[in-house]
Structures are given as structure tokens and as C-alpha cells.
Ligand binder design. Sequence first.
Ligand code: ATP
Ligand code: MG
Length: 349
Amino acid sequence: MSYLTVQNAIKRFGNFAALNDVSIVVEKGEFFTLLGPSGCGKTTLLRSIAGFTDLTSGTITLDNTNLRAVPPHRRDIGMVFQDYAIFPHLSVFDNVAFGLKPRKVPAAEIKTRVMQALAAVRLESMAERLPAAMSGGQQQRIGLARAMVINPRLLLMDEPLSNLDAKLRIELREEIRDIQKQVDIATIYVTHDQEEALAISDRICVMSAGRIEQIGTPQEIYGDPQTRFVAGFVGTLNALEAGSATEGLLTRLGLSSGAGLTWAVRPENIGLAGTGMTGEQLAGTVKKFTYLGREAHLEVETPVGSLVVHVANPSRSEILAPGAATTVVVPRESLMAFDAEGQRTEAEA
Ligand SMILES: Nc1ncnc2c1ncn2[C@@H]1O[C@H](COP(=O)(O)OP(=O)(O)OP(=O)(O)O)[C@@H](O)[C@H]1O
Ligand SMILES: [Mg+2]
């Protein structure tokens, strides 16, 4: 039995559909991420589940109850926002206890539960501190403790890390994932950062313009994108230019160059001749070479267009100056085909 179900959700603001027939299922204990560009409807979906917004039409059920009939404060849903929403004049303890105030919990139990929540986010030694003197990462951990202290049936997080610097973001995302697995609360997490989504999620739902493009594990989303949008949004994508050179390449690889199809390839799935990759060869000229230690990124001008190539563990001899001649290797299985609607398609000759 599915835990949280959103079915055929539509949310209109005037004539504009912020959610346009969205359906998701989230299982108990699952870490489920909404990923997509600004304005695609992530926050609107989260707010509809929390009850701050009501859908124009559609159903939301949690553990078999119709959530749309339950007022927001009775839904038992914990929320963490982008801005920490911390009260500066209240101690860390009181900030977390705040979530329990309207619930008439006895004082002794408040103490136990707040300290448990603070322990989960590793802030128990700071219970009496005022948040003003604490770092952004610590303030966001207070926000997380406050959301968890009510023992929510669902945890919703809307870009909780986007106000933090890059290093802290990576630290805290791993912490959030560990805490979520430990408390085992179904979580819907919103981000527009694809790497964050891949790192943290059990499953990812990629959205675009109020619709769902694909739902899958990080491996499925990255390795087997079902639409052109997903392939381009998650990871880097090389589009092959339409024309005789691309048709020639496809024919040599035994692939059909069917009408209306477009072709693309990931930088790490193609390589340079002499690095052990096998496939069709394309003569090219290096436009850019960026050495990154464990990887080198090249931009190579070829007959099928400019291609970004990622080479793992580049040796010193592989450093190529702009203008140098090189050969790009394109394995048959590296190519992805999309139809005119942008849907992934198999294209055998
Ligand atoms: N109250 C509102 N009235 C009118 N339009 C709204 C309202 N709330 C959201 N929208 C519109 O709905 C669309 C989706 O907004 P939403 O906030 O859900 O996007 P988002 O995916 O969370 O984007 P971001 O990554 O920028 O936070 C946007 O075009 C937004 O302008
Ligand atoms: Mg948003």
C-alpha cells in the first residue's frame, strides 16, 4: 500500500497552470526529491501537500486518509524552509520546542523530545544558546530539529541548503540523508541542484513547466533519461548537429537516422583514441582543454559539431593544446535518440 499519493494534481493561478496533472507516490521511509528549474512547480506541489495551498483539482492521500480534507495544522507534517525561519530571541531549545506548543504536550515530555531532536542533529550541547551567534548550517539544523520534534508523518524540505556555501551544502546534505534514514520519516525534498538530488535521494522526480518528466532512482535519471529535457537538465549533454556528417556516423554505427530524431551523447561516454575506448572515430581539433586532476574536460570541434569530452585519470601525455589535432571515439551504446516530442526512443537500423 502506498504511503503518500498525489493523483492528477492541477493547480491554476488564473489561467496559468503551475501544476498540470501531476501524480506521485512516495513510500514509507523514502527520500523523494523534486528536481527542476525555477518556476516548474516544486514549491507549489510541496505547499499543496502541506496544506498552505489547495489544489484546483486532484487528490492527496496520506496513509489512506484524504489529506485535502484535513486543515494544515492537523496534517502532522514537518517543514523546513530555505530561510531558516528561526526566532533569534529564543534559545535553540525554545526554537525547537516551539513546534510542540500548539500540541499541549506536558513539560517533561517536551524536554525529552526536544533533546532527542537536538541529539539527532548533533546540537544537544547548544540547547541554551541563542541562534544569532550560530552558523547558517547550525541554524538549518535547528530548523530540521523543529520539524522532526512533532514526530511528523511526512517531512517536507524546500531548498533547505540553498543559503549555505558550497562546502557546507555538501556536508549538510550528507547529514540530512543520514538523519532521514535514521528517523525513517518519508521525506519530500526540493532542490534545483542536480548533483544534490543525485547524492541525497532514493528516487528523483524531475519536473518541468508544471509537469513530471521522469521519476526514477538517481541511476535511472542520470544513466537512462527518458526525455530530452531530463538528459539535458541532469548532467552535461552533447547534441549532434543534424546533417550528413551525423548521418554518416549513425550509418557506420548501424543506427537509423530516422526523420525527426535528434541525437545526443554524454561527455564521459565518449573518449579520445588511444585511451582504450572502442567505437567510431571522428577527426577533431581541440578548442579547449581543462585539466582537473582526476579528470580532463575537452571541447573538440568535429564534423558532427562541437563535443565536450570528459577523460578520466588523464595522464600528462594527454594534455592537448588548443588547435591540436585529436580523434574522438564514439561507442555505439553512448548515443541517445529522442523523437520530435523529446521522448527517448530506440533507433536501430
Ligand atoms: N500565489 C501565486 N500566484 C500566482 N502565481 C504563482 C503563485 N505561486 C506560484 N506561482 C507561479 O507558479 C509557478 C510555479 O511556482 P513555484 O514556486 O512552485 O516554482 P518552483 O519550482 O518552486 O521555483 P523555484 O525553484 O524558483 O523556487 C511559477 O511560475 C510561479 O510564478
Ligand atoms: Mg520554490
